[in-house]
Design a protein around this ligand. Sequence first.
Ligand SMILES: [Zn+2]
Length: 160
Amino acid sequence: MTITRRVSVERNRLRFAAAHFATFLGDCEPLHGHNYDVIVELEGNLTQDSWVWDFGELKKLTKGIADELDHKFILQRESQVLTIIEGENQWEISYKERQYIFPKSDVAALPIDNSTAERIAEWFAVRLQEALARQEAHNIKRLTVGIEEMPGQTGWYTAE
Ligand SMILES: [Zn+2]
């Protein structure tokens, strides 16, 4: 029998409100926003004192990353579909006849090719992995992040 130990934190204060437009099949959504909820699961061995990971610490790390996206426009700066020009103080984004100029302070520019829930979950998981590595989380074997765009609609990413 294989034993899995898992802790999860989700929703409540682990959320962010952000605007975006994703692209699909060479087309581009209109600008809109979501109240995103974040779900994080950690699997691993128990520590000597029987923890997988401290809930409070995990919530703090997760909230810190969610706060980077809160009240921002999420820019997929590696997009192959949008034309993106980085200025000194602003991002200029165009798609066909549409053109947007956002002040940099309003933008979370992520190294992703599209602002889908799946890619946001991947970016989030990598950030969380780095934060856990800094805390020497050697017992953690698997990390999953879900980004729920709206109730019942979640993109997931798992790293082993
Ligand atoms: Zn959307």
